[in-house]
Design a protein. Structure first.
Length: 96
């Protein structure tokens, strides 16, 4: 759903990592140059412990539909692209 706005974006299920431990997702993102987007704090905390790469976007929101989540990410597309293009920035937190 986000590929139209963020080329080469994929969901964990598309790289066959759905249900895998966070460490496996972290390593996949690190090795393949992905930014991790998550609603829970686990990847934020992992980023504090291990540094970057990968970069992490933590969406601090409650329960919502997938469409709500996609719309939120698209709403902040410009900020996300700016974040992606700054090598020294490693965490983007959106509180909604």
């Amino acid at each position: 759903m986000l590929a139209l706005h963020f080329l080469n974006s994929i969901h964990v299920r598309d790289c066959k990592l759905k249900g895998f431990p966070d460490q496996d997702i972290w390593e996949y993102a690190r090795l393949n140059g992905f930014i991790i987007v998550s609603k829970d704090s686990d990847f934020y905390q992992r980023r504090l412990l291990y540094g970057q790469p990968p970069k992490v976007i933590w969406l601090r929101i409650g329960h919502c539909t997938r469409n709500d989540l996609v719309n939120l990410i698209i709403k902040y597309k410009e900020q996300i692209n700016t974040f992606n293009n700054h090598p020294s920035e490693s965490i983007l937190i959106r509180v909604c």
